[in-house]
Ligand binder design. Structure first.
Ligand code: OAD
Length: 256
C-alpha cells in the first residue's frame, strides 16, 4: 500500500514477471461491462429477486418450475453477451506470465469464450445441465438436453429419468470438490493473486485471496468500490476491470 500511482503499474509488472504462478479470482463485476448484471450492486439481481427463492436447492425441490423459469431468463440474458476488454486482457495475461490459473465464481462462460485455457468454475456453468439425481452432466449442444423450458413440462434426465437442472451451485449446496480443492491449493502456492470484480463476501471463494496473502502472495484487488479485502491487499485499483486489466497487460507487454 502507499505506492504512488505512477509507480503502481511498474511495481505490479515486476511482481508478475517474477511470479511462477499467478491466480486470478473473478466475480460478477468482471462481466458487468458485457451487460451481465451483478448480484449486490444497486442494479444487481439480489435487489429485485430473493436468492432463497431462486438460487437455492430447497427452492428447486419445492418449486422447480419457478427456478427453471428464472434460469431460462438468465440464459436468454447471457445468450447474446460477449467478453469485454477485461476478459480479453485476462486471456492475454495467461501468455505473458509463467503459469496462470483463472478461478471464477461466474457461471456465464465468458472467460472460456475469451480464450482462457485453465478456468476453475467454482459455481458451475449456466450453459450446462446436470441431473439432480444421478449427477450426469450434459454439455450445451447435447440435443437431448437442450430445450426451452415450458411451464408444466419439467425436463427429465435422458439416462435415469431424474430431475434435470442447470449445472450451477445453489445456496445450500457444496462447491464441486475438484474445483474448490484445486483453487485452495493454488491460492496457497501462487506468487501473485488478483481479486477482480467480486464483493468478497461469499465463502468459500472469499477465503481464497486471504489464504493467498497469508501464504505470502502479492495480493491485488481490482474493483471500482474496493471491498473489505482492500486493507489486506498490497495494491488496489479502484476502477472497472475493463479499464484496469488492459492497462496492466499493456504495461507488461511494454516491459518485455
Ligand atoms: P457481487 O454482485 O456480490 O459483487 C460484484 C462486485 O463487482 C462488487 O464488489 C462491485 O463493486 C464490483 N463491480 C461492479 N462493476 C465492476 C466493474 N466494471 N469491474 C470490476 N468490478 C465491478 O458478485 P460476486 O462477488 O460475484 O453465487 O458474488 C458472489 C456470488 O454471490 C455469486 O457467484 C453468486 C452470488 O449469490 C451463487 O449464485 C452461488
Amino acid at each position: 500500500m502507499g505506492i504512488h500511482a505512477s509507480n503502481k503499474l511498474e511495481t505490479l509488472v515486476e511482481q508478475l514477471r517474477q511470479a511462477k504462478t499467478v491466480c486470478a479470482l473473478t466475480g460478477a463485476g468482471v462481466s458487468k461491462e458485457s451487460g451481465v448484471p451483478t448480484f449486490r450492486d444497486e442494479d444487481g439481481l439480489w435487489q429485485k429477486f430473493r436468492p432463497e427463492e431462486l438460487a437455492n436447492v430447497n427452492a428447486f425441490i419445492s418449486n422447480p418450475s419457478l427456478v427453471w423459469e428464472w434460469y431460462n431468463w438468465r440464459r436468454q440474458l447471457m445468450s447474446g453477451v460477449k467478453p469485454n476488454l477485461g476478459h480479453l486482457a485476462l486471456a492475454e495475461l495467461q501468455d505473458l506470465v509463467d503459469s496462470f490459473v483463472l478461478i471464477t465464481q461466474n457461471v456465464d462462460n465468458l472467460h472460456r469464450v475469451a480464450g482462457n485455457r485453465d478456468v476453475i468454475e467454482l459455481h458451475g456453468n449456466i450453459s450446462r445441465n446436470k441431473c439432480h439425481d444421478c449427477g450426469k452432466i450434459f454439455e450445451k449442444g447435447d440435443q437431448e438436453t437442450d430445450f426451452v423450458f415450458k411451464p408444466g413440462e419439467l425436463p427429465k434426465c435422458p439416462l435415469c429419468n431424474g430431475r434435470l437442472r442447470p449445472d450451477v451451485v445453489w445456496f445450500g449446496e457444496n462447491l464441486p470438490v475438484d474445483a474448490i480443492e484445486r483453487a485452495w491449493t493454488l491460492s496457497q502456492q501462487c506468487d501473485v493473486f488478483l481479486s477482480i470484480g467480486t464483493s468478497s463476501i461469499v465463502y468459500p471463494a472469499a477465503a481464497l485471496p486471504q489464504l493467498a496473502k497469508q501464504a505470502g502472495a502479492y495480493l491485488v484487488e481490482i474493483n471500482p468500490k474496493p471491498t473489505d479485502l482492500a486493507p489486506m491487499a498490497d495494491m488496489v485499483f479502484s476502477s472497472p476491470s475493463g479499464e484496469a486489466l488492459p492497462l496492466i497487460v499493456q504495461a507488461l507487454k511494454d516491459s518485455a
